[in-house]
Design a binder for this molecule. Structure first.
Ligand code: ATP
Ligand code: MG
Length: 549
């Protein structure tokens, strides 16, 4: 299946859209939007929303806008705007138009005037505390404001005065006039405009009145001709006001809000606020720390956009909240990389092996295929001599049951080279194994057609004389649930730095280049820390998969 076809194939939202098309509900193309607040970097949860919104527009031959939901003047930043665009493009999507919600402030202001003139909004001079205290509870109705029935002309004059800077922050608000007894708290005369003397990142000091989110969002959608406004479940209770507002304004072909469940991923920390905390406290390297599930972190970690899209497709879109295991995301990363990247031999935890019967001073070149699954990837020459590194995990002095790798007296195959037999174990004064003395059988050279005997274990190796030392960063999960609270908490041991022994060619890896380290996992030359001739590798994902498609 082509990538585009795979993305978000079939979900309840598309069923709704199919019906709307059948009924001719909209006279123009299906139009969606991705509306981030530019107050942080995007994360994998946003990727789900991006894939859904852009994927839906693509599926129906319509449009998807990128819209900065920047109606709140505080905590927004140019840095975040740039990172968002970069991330959306990296995921493989292009927006139809890029908009700032703040550019609609004049239109929103007019809409508020219209409501006031229709007697559907009023200026309330109660304090914030009074408004909160008279909202009522889930079981009791709220109390109507004493200013609720003031003449609309008076409210309109006050609204103009608010805009003209005649009121201080918190002195006056505009509220929609709906129903203080509504069972839905959001319908109890919600505040729609407030006074705020604050500098705005995009429109500067032009305004000292700002619309509230619930008032602004439906208008942003309507102004852009959005047909289906896809948002997460917590906005379900806000939908009645969304619809009330657009009906009150008699908006033609009004957009409809449809809610879906947020992506909730195990073993990570997801919300922007909490990620920001890790960044400012210096617990991670920045917004792009490879352990984070920010798009920037995932990209630096070496995950691919193809893997993210396939993952978002597989988890689907539903109304019910659930937690997805990190292993599921990792499955799609492996699945995407397995036939894409070349293999190299690298020893993560080196143990010296001396081949006692190998001709002294000799080095030979062995041909090893670059991929076990894709012959087109060709092969490379790897040096081999009488001193090699193997991984400590490939040796056991007293072998466990069914252990087929190196142990005293056992013979194993060296990948692409010869059979060797372990004869002697050398230990240091602390009793730690520091070297193995082995012999090799020259007749067993790989590719020679040797059929004398079989061995059960194949291990990888690196020639000691030509090996290069390379820094590698191994990653565990960023966070684990606290046993009492169940909340994910940062694991300070989530990164382990190693210096590994690698075949010489790995030194030339370019920043961003990915490899499979044979029998170890997938790795990428870090785009931030690597220098020409001095790559630093991030572990992308290990090789095992506990989750089956
Ligand atoms: P956070 O709570 O992580 O800071 P947010 O919802 O405040 O996220 P916004 O910038 O407001 O972030 O969100 C942009 C869009 O992404 C919204 O439409 C929002 O519903 C969607 N979104 C955010 N988090 C998720 C998630 N975990 N799963 C799916 N969609 C999400
Ligand atoms: Mg938000």
């Amino acid at each position: 299946m082509a990538d585009e076809e795979r993305t978000m194939a079939g979900n309840f939202i598309h069923d709704i859209i199919d019906k709307d098309i059948e009924n001719g509900k909209y006279s123009h193309e299906i139009t969606t939007r991705f509306p981030p607040e530019p107050n942080g970097y995007l994360h994998i949860g946003h990727a789900k929303s991006i894939c859904l919104n852009f994927g839906t527009a693509k599926k129906y031959g319509g449009f998807c806008n990128l819209r900065y939901d920047d109606t709140n003047p505080v905590s927004e930043d140019e840095e975040f705007v740039d990172s968002i665009e970069n991330d959306v493009r990296w995921l493989g999507f292009e927006w139809h138009s890029r908009n700032f919600a703040s550019d609609y402030f004049p239109r929103m202001y007019e809409c508020c005037e219209t409501l006031i003139k229709k007697g559907l909004a009023y200026a309330d001079e109660q304090t914030g505390d009074q408004i909160r205290d008279t909202r009522g509870t889930l079981t009791e109705p709220g109390k109507e404001s004493p200013w609720r029935d003031r003449p609309w002309e008076e409210s309109l004059q006050i609204f103009h005065d608010m805009r003209d800077g005649k009121y201080a922050d918190g002195e006056m608000v505009i509220r929609a006039k709906i129903d203080m007894a509504s069972p839905n708290m959001n319908m109890r005369d919600p505040i729609i405009y407030r006074v705020l003397h604050a500098h705005h990142q995009h429109v500067g000091d032009k305004w000292c009145v700002y619309p509230m989110y619930d008032f602004a969002h439906p208008l942003e959608d309507a102004i852009e001709g959005i047909t289906h406004s896809l948002c997460t479940m917590e906005f379900e209770d806000h939908r009645p006001f969304y619809n009330w507002l657009l009906e009150a304004l008699e908006w033609p072909e009004a957009p409809q809000q449809i809610e879906f469940a947020k992506l909730n991923l195990s073993n990570t920390i997801m919300s922007k606020r909490n990620i920001k905390k890790l960044v400012t406290e210096g617990l991670v390297e920045g917004w792009d720390d490879p352990r984070l599930c920010t798009i920037a972190g995932i990209r630096r970690r070496g995950y691919t956009p193809e893997a993210i899209r396939a993952f978002c497709d597989a988890i689907g879109v539903a109304k019910a909240n659930s937690q997805i295991g990190m292993d599921k995301l990792e499955f799609f990363v492996r699945d995407d990389l397995k036939d894409k990247v070349e293999s190299r031999m690298v020893i993560l935890h080196p143990l010296k092996v001396t081949i006692t019967n190998y001709p002294e001073g000799q080095t030979e070149m062995l041909t090893i295929e670059n991929s076990a699954t894709v012959p087109e990837m060709g092969s490379r020459e790897v040096p081999f001599s009488g001193e090699i590194w193997v991984d400590r995990d490939d040796f056991m002095e007293i072998p466990a049951k069914k252990y087929f790798r190196l142990y005293p007296g056992n013979e194993v195959r060296l990948k692409g080279a010869y059979f060797i037999t372990c004869n002697e174990v050398i230990k240091d004064e602390n009793g730690e194994v520091v070297e193995l003395k082995c012999t090799y059988d020259p007749a067993t050279r790989s590719g020679s057609g040797f059929e004398g005997r079989k061995v059960k274990g194949t291990i990888h190796w690196v020639d000691a004389k030509t090996a290069v030392d390379v820094p590698v960063r191994q990653y565990g999960y960023l966070a684990y649930p606290n046993e009492e609270t169940g909340k994910n908490e940062f694991d300070p041991n989530s990164r382990t730095d190693l210096i590994v022994k690698a075949e010489p060619a790995l030194k030339d890896a370019k920043a961003g280049e990915r490899f499979q380290f044979f029998r170890c996992g997938y790795y990428i030359a870090d785009t931030v820390l690597s220098k020409p001739g001095e790559p630093v590798f991030n572990q992308i994902v290990d090789l095992k998969s506990s989750w089956k498609k």
